[in-house]
Design a protein around this ligand. Structure first.
Ligand SMILES: [Zn+2]
Length: 278
């Protein structure tokens, strides 16, 4: 699913594509994903595209924004020549080009109704909603903030990293990569770790995400950039999706846990020893 590096790539790609263009209209092809379409005000100029955690925000000159939650498989892509791609839910018509919202698993939303009653909501309303639900951004969270939010936590590390209120932007793929790089077991509890180990996780979080942004993200299943390109980070993955393959650091076989519920976790049993085995 799109995590911080993929959302960042999408935001940058969209910025290049639609900044300065007017949004002329939108057409919803299905129900549920693009709420409040009927109240949609048209003819607003894009002032820029940004990102908060895994969310993409399209800002307009009039002081409004469109908040895009990409869910598990949401894509914003330039309309290709020929027929519409399967699972296209919405066509956003800009001056000179159409942008499509494509989402096979239908878990994404464009400005959900719990954020605002119109699809383009006042910037400050969107910002307030994000402030209330998203912790500091994982790409630039400071050590002091990271420590303050995690050091005393008694939960397992991986679910904490997935919790967007704690740190925003990390999902299932990069949480595994970060913990492997830091040499910390996914079930270790921050409260039990030394300050030094916690610091390694902080450094690893930023290093892994920076590297993945540079590679334009990881193309797993449905992710593509706004121009339809794939991300390149897949070949750099150290553990995610590599069950039974060799750890690139130590050669041990990568293990997979069916945990937390509904997800998989990949780790190296020797680089990331079980907490009680320490
Ligand atoms: Zn290893």
């Amino acid at each position: 699913m799109p995590e911080l590096p993929e959302a960042e790539t999408i935001a940058r790609g969209l910025d290049a594509l639609i900044r300065g263009r007017r949004l002329l209209g939108a057409r919803s092809l299905t129900k549920g994903i693009c709420e409040r379409l009927s109240k949609y005000p048209v003819d607003a100029r894009v002032s820029g595209v940004s990102r908060r955690g895994k969310k993409v925000l399209v800002h307009f000159d009039e002081g409004t924004a469109l908040l895009v939650s990409l869910g598990m498989s949401g894509q914003l892509r330039r309309r290709p020549n020929g027929p519409l791609p399967k699972h296209t839910h919405m066509i956003l018509r800009f001056e000179g080009l159409d942008l499509l919202y494509v989402d096979p698993r239908r878990l994404g939303r464009l400005t959900p109704s719990r954020v605002a009653t119109t699809m383009l909501a006042p910037d400050r309303e969107v910002a307030r909603w994000c402030d209330g639900r998203l912790g500091p951004d994982a790409l630039d969270v400071s050590w002091a903030e990271f420590r303050a939010r995690l050091a005393l936590r008694r939960g397992a590390f991986k679910p904490l990293l997935l919790n967007q209120r704690v740190i925003a932007g990390v999902g299932n793929i990069y949480a595994d990569e970060v913990l492997h790089r830091a040499g910390v077991h996914p079930k270790a509890r921050p409260v039990d770790l030394s300050a030094e180990a916690l610091r390694r996780v902080h450094r690893a979080t930023k290093a892994v995400l920076k590297k993945a942004v540079k590679a334009c993200g990881t193309s797993f299943r449905d992710y593509v950039t706004p121009t339809g390109a794939s991300g390149d980070f897949g070949n750099s993955l150290a553990v995610y999706g590599r069950e039974g393959e060799c750890c690139r650091k130590c050669g041990s076989a990568i293990k997979r846990l069916r945990w937390p519920p509904g997800r998989s976790t990949y780790y190296c049993p020797s680089c990331q020893p079980e907490p009680n085995a320490r």
